[in-house]
Design a protein around this ligand. Sequence first.
Ligand code: ATP
Ligand code: MG
Ligand code: MG
Ligand code: MG
Length: 439
Amino acid sequence: MRLTRYFLPVLKETPADAQIPSHRLMLRAGMIRQSAAGIYSWLPFGYRVLQRIERIVHEEQQRAGHIPMLMPTLQSADLWKQSGRYDAYGPEMLRITDRHDREMLYGPTNEEMITDIVANYVTSYKALPLTLYHIQWKFRDEVRPRFGVMRGREFLMKDGYNFDLTKEAALHAYNRHLVSYLRTYERMGLQAIPMRADSGPIGGDYTHEFLVLAETGESEVFYDSEITDLRFGDRAIDYDNEAQCQAVLSEFTSRYARTDETHDEAAFDEVPEARRRTARGIEVGQIFYFGTDYSEKLGAFVQNEAGARVPLHMGSHGIGVSRLLGAIIEASHDDKGIIWPEGVAPFEVGLVNLRQGDASTDSACEGILRELEAKGLSVLYDDRDERAGGKFATMDLIGLPWRITVGPRGLANGMVELTSRRTGESEEMTPEWAIKRLS
Ligand code: ATP
Ligand code: MG
Ligand code: MG
Ligand code: MG
């Protein structure tokens, strides 16, 4: 992609109304544009990251055996009246009336709708276990939308729902989600710690929130510092194997880690003092097991092996897809700009031409661009007629993992420069070698 043909409206000044680094950087890097409080357009650069995050979520969900689908954003109020949440949800729900005076709403979540779908089609235990999910826009009329996409009113969420015959089977689904979430966040370069949480309006006894530690996080968290040494890594996991999933869950949840909602001073005091930590965190996901409440209210029953009619055991599992952009930037930036983890970088390489219009520099850049793209790498080529300082500042701001700098002086010796955004280290090498290093 050539920058002269792209749309990257970078801001020079720091936007005054943005209070936290990720919000400031997303505005400055031309990723988002607010259209109303808590509602954003995703400009091309931001949209690329959003898509990369979505793709990781899809891949990891499907690896765990979960099935993608898509439900609408607009819902009829009927099912919500049946579940009792139409009134309970309160002013956070955006209510809409259509031309026939029918009550509608912009979905804040989809338990009712998915349970109704399953109730209509699934009649036998033979169709179970079943986990369906979608990635769809939600609307919650938050009292205080703020921090950009971190607390939007319209936001993108992956929400998945498991349907099982027994509580044991549903808890396997719960464990499976916990494991798949660990993998998902790590692929985005994030450490998200599962913490015992409060079940809130959805109800149920089993729930964990996933928190990314960050000074700007809205939750207060308490944990045993040993937990930050844990990595899921690239270990092989068989998601159908309950013992394996259970073992991972135990490993990641046996140490003290709670949000302020469930914090227990007495239990925290049992953690050795040197390992006790109080910090702030960003909630990037949450998993629930809540039993048969929705299935009973919405009629999701099946015949079990003995022929008896039993309600399905359910859980729901959310990932804050659009919030993740903010969380990743909070966790990975410096005073010059964003530092994208490789897993979610919008382009892998930034190519900087130091002397646009100089025939040999231009042709060297064109060659590098062609070869990198032929190898399947995504490249943003800064081919603007601008001074070097401005080009470097833009590259640092937008945070691509690698920069190749091409100028007449280096080329005279057959060299270009390869720079890592994360370490800031630069090395001179031939263009061929730089291409080889990146591919
Ligand atoms: P919060 O406590 O931040 O209000 P929540 O607990 O109400 O979030 P859930 O119902 O658990 O949210 O939704 C699943 C995920 O969706 C959350 O873990 C979070 O990552 C994301 N999310 C929730 N509300 C918002 C929002 N207003 N803007 C962006 N993402 C959100
Ligand atoms: Mg909320
Ligand atoms: Mg919450
Ligand atoms: Mg939550």
